[in-house]
Design a protein around this ligand. Structure first.
Ligand code: SF4
Length: 348
């Protein structure tokens, strides 16, 4: 579990006491953000940190010549007020789980975790975390959309809200709103082992907790600062025990001679620990990224060795050649269907 020592601005990402670091360098606050309750709560919580007032978050966040990887080691927090739009149509490279009206929203820009394969490195100039404080504006916009039609809303796609829970508990602020809008199906995707939300809230029919799992070797190599597999499994068990709907996300899956051997024992382990019948569904996707983000990451001075592998370009998306994907997918599918009905497995 990633836990937070609130008084000293330290975070223990692994929850096992062997890795701690300063959480934030400074806190930037937009002039317009001071009047919001979240801003006050955060500033009270981190009263020992330097606070710098700024006109607009983009003045800091969008500056050129920032070094994403260096900044990632010394992240600052930026409290800001979001302008429209608050909702975005779900991208084609993401699974919609059969929902035609698929949207995502971002209360946070960037993430406390540091996955080597994350497209955020190519998307933003800065690794600082922007936290939007005007939650009521998000609610109004989500409500307008969900009153027109049933909506599937991903709220934690390009960040980790459960991982961020001890810093700003966004899902607490939205819990009552989600409860009042049953036509809205909300997916909260996470790699975190933090169990606080599941232990303190009643499960709702329209909230799905989507746990991203990878073999431990992949976690160690590519998912820096995230909790180990066994910690995520513990969190899944707690969420299930508390009655939450749980999705398992096997995404991204890697194809290379080393990774190929990791998945079968990984699946065996996961389903020896978790009753597959209790899992809502499973999402499966190979490593993929937009060509622009991939190119931007490769221009940086540091990037993961997985960007050196050979990929194909298909409709502006870089991923493994289709024939590799089909072969490997067939093998994985054969194993996964030993545990789950095929109707419950969604792949891209
Ligand atoms: S947890 Fe997700 S959003 Fe966060 S760094 Fe990893 S891939 Fe990116």
């Amino acid at each position: 579990m990633n836990t937070l020592d609130k008084s000293s601005n330290k975070i223990d990402y692994k929850g096992e006491g062997f890795k701690t670091k300063n959480l934030f360098n400074v806190i930037y606050v937009e002039e317009a953000a001071f009047k919001y309750p979240i801003t006050k709560e955060v500033l009270d919580k981190y009263c020992n940190l330097q606070v710098i007032t700024i006109r607009h978050y983009k003045d800091v966040f969008n500056r050129t010549n920032q070094h994403f990887q260096i900044q990632k080691q010394y992240q600052s927090l930026i409290l800001a007020v979001k302008d429209k739009p608050f909702l975005y149509e779900g991208p084609q490279v993401c699974q919609n789980f059969g929902y035609p009206n698929f949207y995502y929203t971002s209360f946070l820009l960037n993430c406390i975790f540091d996955c080597g394969y994350c497209y955020l490195q190519g998307m933003y100039n800065s690794a600082n975390i922007v936290a939007f404080v005007n939650v009521e504006d998000f609610k109004n916009s989500i409500e307008q959309e969900s009153l027109k039609k049933p909506v599937f809303l991903a709220v934690s796609y390009d960040t980790d809200l459960i991982g961020f829970y001890n810093i700003i508990p966004y899902i607490d602020y939205f819990y009552g709103f989600f409860k009042m809008h049953p036509a809205l199906t909300v997916e909260i995707r996470t790699k975190s082992g933090n169990q606080s939300f599941y232990k303190t809230h009643t499960a709702l029919d329209n909230i799905v907790i989507a746990f991203t799992l990878s073999p431990q070797e992949i976690i160690e190599k590519y998912e820096k600062n995230t909790p180990p597999l066994k910690t995520r499994i513990k969190a899944i068990k707690t969420a299930l025990d508390q009655g939450f709907k749980v999705r398992i996300c096997l995404d991204p899956v890697f194809i290379n001679p080393v990774a190929d051997h990791l998945y079968e024992p990984f699946y065996e382990y996961v389903f020896s620990e978790i009753n597959a019948n209790k899992i809502l569904d499973l999402s499966f996707g190979f490593f993929r990224m937009s060509k622009e983000f991939f190119k931007r990451i490769k221009k940086q001075s540091e990037y993961s060795d997985l960007f050196l592998d050979e990929y194909c370009l298909n409709e502006n998306v870089i991923s493994y050649p289709k024939e590799y994907q089909n072969n490997i997918m067939t093998r994985h599918y054969q194993i996964l269907t030993n545990y789950m009905k095929k109707e419950k497995i969604f792949s891209l």
